[in-house]
Design a protein around this ligand. Structure first.
Ligand SMILES: *Cc1c(COP(=O)(O)O)cnc(C)c1O
Length: 417
């Protein structure tokens, strides 16, 4: 894994802070004052780097964007009010009535709902595909496909797709390759190296520093030729590689009002500083816990990429340096056994989030996927006996002891018999 921390610390402030503050301050204000009308007019015309109104841009938010730009080597970054806002903005910028999207069928639940309900209403069809079936992805992509949308590691199926091959299909068809890399943010996965055009991260997760605040990021690598997209082709002559950014800033992101709050940007700037340490600790804990679960009596199956042969081992090595994040899913005997086990835990907390500093556990079928009929849950690989664990930065021994004692307790043993 690359160490990105130095880059994060060494992203300069655009102006020297008058008090020499080491942290970038929180500019928790709405508007900015100008000395003269000419400068105000020039700023509205996009001819200065000044801020006018915090829904459009804000210094604290811009500092977060600059740091992400610096550490990813991307062309531009836009911070949004949530991960879902990052996805919704990106999709709304790139599609119009009659277009289609090719998307993994194993996708974050709210993304599925956005594409399958909210966007569908506007005449945009989403074709859901098996992310591991490159032929199917290729067959379903046509000249009206504007986006191919994937996640690096799906949750809770824990499936890895072949990023490079999908990037090739997108490149050949004029579709933008958009990847939600929330499960494997930089430094785990280097999106630019594998041909991702737009990377999306829910900064609510790792970046926020352990569940401090909600936020999202849209990272444009500058690899897509925007003249190929009908929504953007007119702007292309004026903005060239910056077309997507300009369209977001001058229209979609501005009009939807999905700005990140300066206070959340401040928390996420703080979180970013310790991200590398937290990722390293939680991933190394997760690798050890996944291995130990394989040997535990009542555990029927463990899903963690690269854990055994035939389980995306090569791709895990290639794309994530053998370090596939901190989420593990596993199966026990039944829903009752899962509930008994979870209620026996002393340390691990029952909660829906991921990438907190604490280890969190949830039963997806009865919670996140409860709105889906049983048949649909089955198609999504979310069985009644599946548990999701988001591994934190506690001591490995404490975590594994908690899991062991909870599996061994009477309720779980009795339920299995
Ligand atoms: C959490 C999450 C999102 C949504 O992010 P929010 O910040 O909650 O809006 C999107 N994709 C993935 C993979 C996530 O885990």
């Amino acid at each position: 894994m690359k160490d990105l921390t130095t880059k994060i610390f060494n992203t300069d402030f655009p102006r020297k802070d008058p008090y020499g503050s080491i942290h970038f301050p929180v500019y928790d204000n709405v508007a900015f004052e100008f000395e003269n009308s000419e400068e105000l007019a020039r700023t509205f015309a996009g001819k200065t780097d000044r801020h006018v109104y915090s829904r459009i841009t804000n210094p604290t938010v811009a500092h977060l964007e600059n740091r992400i730009k610096n550490l990813t080597g991307s062309l531009n970054v836009i911070a949004t009010s949530s991960g879902m806002a990052a996805i919704a903005n990106t999709v709304l910028a790139l599609v119009q009535n009659g277009d289609n999207i090719v998307c993994s069928k194993y996708i974050f639940g709210n993304t599925y709902s956005l594409l399958n309900k909210t966007i569908k209403k506007f005449g945009v069809e989403t074709r859901f595909v098996d992310p591991c079936d490159v032929d199917e992805i290729s067959e379903k992509t046509d000249d009206k496909t504007r986006i191919i949308f994937m996640e690096t590691i799906t949750n809770p199926q824990m499936v890895v797709c072949d990023v490079e091959k999908i990037s090739e299909i997108a490149g050949n068809s004029g579709a933008v390759f958009v990847m939600d890399t929330t499960a494997t943010p930089p430094p785990v996965f280097e999106a630019l190296e594998y041909g991702v055009d737009i990377e999306i991260i829910s900064s609510t997760k790792y970046i926020s520093g352990g569940a401090t605040s909600v936020g999202g990021l849209i990272i444009d690598y500058g690899t897509f030729d925007w003249s190929q997209n009908p929504c953007l082709e007119n702007d292309y002559r004026k903005f060239g590689p910056y077309t997507f950014t300009a369209y977001m800033k001058n229209e979609v992101h501005r009009n939807l009002g999905t700005c990140l709050s300066p206070h959340n940007a401040y928390l996420q700037n703080l979180g970013l500083e310790t991200m590398q340490l937290r990722i390293e600790k939680s991933c190394s804990n997760a690798v050890k816990i996944a291995k130990s679960l394989l040997d535990m009596k009542r555990v029927k199956k463990v899903n963690y990429p690269g854990l055994y042969d035939g389980n995306s081992k090569d791709m895990t090595k290639k794309y994530f340096n053998g370090n596939p994040g901190s989420i593990i899913t596993f199966e026990l005997e039944s829903r009752e056994t899962c509930f008994g086990f979870m209620d026996n835990l002393n340390l691990i907390k029952k909660s829906t989030n991921i990438h907190d500093n604490r280890t969190l556990i949830i039963h997806p079928a009865s919670t996140i996927f409860t709105e889906y009929p049983a048949k649909e849950r089955e198609n999504l690989g979310v069985s009644d006996s599946l548990i999701r664990l988001s591994v934190g930065i506690e001591s490995f021994d404490d975590l594994t002891n908690d899991i062991k004692q909870a599996l061994d307790k009477e309720e779980v043993v009795r339920n299995v018999k």
